[in-house]
Design a binder for this molecule. Structure first.
Ligand code: PSV
Ligand code: MN
Length: 393
């Protein structure tokens, strides 16, 4: 069992206090499956209201100071005004997510489309996202492409990689000195035969070719069952090419359920690799983002729960006795090394996190605090009319 002295507990708390988890604007909006979107009371009707909800999550947890936007879902006339609204509420705008997957023109692909007109349109959208970053002060452009093919022979696999590289290069060259391109991969869906960025290797190779401002995003839901994601984390960290996480949980494919719900042990193993590389610190530059949809559960408490799940996995990772682990590893003590890791994983860190919240002047139980706050009643009354936001708005 782990015995901790006060100094090491303080170190763990210090690291947790500095943690930064970005929430996604779309998690506050309506979502569902291709079968049905169930609406909920009080759902935001515009980006301003999404930001207000995100700000509340930050006020209750103190570790979620930024919210990611998705363009055009969060399109507004004045992005500087949107950033000012976020600042007024005590948060900032985070990554800008592009969207080249919801237009009829993209049926055969966006930046990899065989038609140069469609490629131009898609690339122009990505460039527009960089313009938006200039206005919002966002550092990161996050790219996910739904591009791929459904049938052998449908298009030239090799040529599609060339087209992808060409578009990425144009956008990369447009980035400002402090801006980054984060390239996401996904095993399959919506295309089923080939996917143009299907895995970390493809994303890594493109990022390497582009240069230091291009880095890979690991969306935890985007792998084949059984994939050792912490290996990918360790590999990319070693290469300096891990830019961000999109956290969520999957049981089958890209389920987008709450992070830490399906496999908290995997989340702990991922966070251990981060801690081991000293990459938790915001200055290290990794963006820890959620990419989730709350289809049947109430959204704001689900996001709070997700933030808490990441904190719990992180706290356990920070509790790993690294000296004992290294000693066991070096002496070839297989069982001993495994036991050191499991001791940390099996520690109940909820009291430590509750203490931390009290130190920060927060309620030790953010979900109970949310329930007591009356916020849901308030937004249900205030947001009665109008059109609730969703994947298309
Ligand atoms: C689609 O799979 C997806 O979930 C990607 O992971 C993106 O990050 C997200 O949508 C937002 O575009
Ligand atoms: Mn994602």
């Amino acid at each position: 069992m782990i015995q901790r002295d006060q100094t090491s507990t303080d170190d763990v708390k210090r690291a947790l206090r500095a943690q930064h988890i970005e929430t996604p604007s779309w998690a506050y909006a309506n979502s569902g499956t291709r079968f049905k979107v169930f609406s909920q009371q009080g759902v935001p009707r515009d980006p301003y209201e999404k930001i207000s909800d995100a700000a509340l999550v930050h006020r209750l947890t103190s570790v979620a100071p930024t919210v990611a936007l998705h363009i055009p879902w969060d399109k507004v006339d004045d992005y500087a005004a949107l950033a000012a609204h976020a600042a007024d509420q005590g948060i900032a705008l985070g990554a800008i997510n592009s969207n080249v997957f919801q237009d009829d023109d993209y049926k055969l692909g966006s930046v990899t489309n065989p038609d140069p007109r469609v490629r131009r349109k898609a690339t122009d959208h990505l460039l527009e996202c960089v313009d938006i970053m200039d206005a919002t002060g966002s550092r990161d452009l996050k790219l996910w492409f739904s591009d791929g093919t459904n049938y052998p022979g449908q298009d030239d696999i090799h040529a599609r990689q060339d087209r992808l590289a060409e578009a990425l290069r144009e956008v990369y060259d447009r980035l400002g000195a402090d801006q980054r391109m984060l390239l996401e991969y996904k095993l399959f869906e919506p295309a089923f035969y080939t996917t143009d960025v299907p895995d970390w290797g493809t994303a890594y190779a493109h990022c390497l070719e582009l240069g230091p401002k291009a880095q890979v995003v690991i969306d935890t839901g985007h792998h084949a069952p059984g994939t050792n994601i912490e290996f990918i984390v360790a590999f990319l960290l070693r290469q300096g090419k891990l830019g961000a996480f999109d956290f969520n949980s999957r049981f089958y494919a890209d389920d987008d359920l709450m992070v830490g719900a399906a496999d908290p042990f995997q989340l702990f193993r991922i966070m251990y690799e981060i801690v081991r590389a000293d990459a938790l610190r915001p200055e290290y530059g990794i963006a820890f983002m959620l990419d989730q949809c709350h289809n049947i559960e109430p959204k704001i408490p689900a996001i709070i729960r997700s933030v808490m799940n990441v904190q719990e996995a992180t706290a356990k990772a920070l509790l790993v006795d690294r000296d004992s682990l290294a000693a066991a590893q070096h002496s070839g003590d297989v069982l001993g090394a495994n036991a050191v890791l499991m001791d940390a994983y099996n520690t109940d860190v909820r009291p430590l996190l509750a203490d931390l919240r009290v130190d920060l002047g927060l309620d030790p139980d953010p979900i109970a605090a949310y329930a007591r706050s009356g916020y849901l009643e308030k937004i249900s009354a205030e947001r009665a009319g109008g059109q609730q936001a969703g994947w298309g708005a």
